[in-house]
Design a protein around this ligand. Sequence first.
Ligand code: NI
Length: 209
Amino acid sequence: MSIDRGACLLKRAGLLVALLLATSGGASAQTESRRSAAELMDAVMWNREPIGGAFALTDQAGQPRTDRDFRGKYLLVYFGFTFCPDVCPTDLQAIGLAMDQLGARAHAVQPLFVTLDPARDTVEQLAQYVPLFHPKLVGLTGSEAAIATTAEAYRVYFKRVPFKKNPADYTVDHSAFVYLVDPDGKYLGFFPPGTPAERMVEMIKPHLR
Ligand code: NI
């Protein structure tokens, strides 16, 4: 490698670091919640803090989507990641089944899956994944900053955890509530992880006239 080329690479690396710092507000890329799991769970379980709010993400078709696009529908909002081995698929399956069981009334409900692993859950990855659960399920991804902001708004805990045997690979620890939001974007409540479809339907139905 010539000295010139080495210097150029160094400059480029410097520029990249500067860019990363600029986009993440000086900290390293945010791949975990700033608050502890207990603190966030406490906020949700005892309704201590407002839940939900504005977001600007990208769906599985590559289209930009914001919370405003979904006004007029009840939202079932779930955060997870596509490589999740069991919890996410179980809850997403319940959401899909609930949509089926709502029958004609399902037109008033929009399920959303927001990834907590945007590095791996690209638009293409979401396009493969979300149709497995329901044709109406919208998958949302975005920059690490946009995802962290959305997770924060919903008081979602998440943390990247490298595997012991292969630290280059990781899983994502996360809270797994299913949030119910009304057609005006107002948070109504949550279903705990593992809530069966039948129970969700029973509890959603009274809201739908
Ligand atoms: Ni999961």
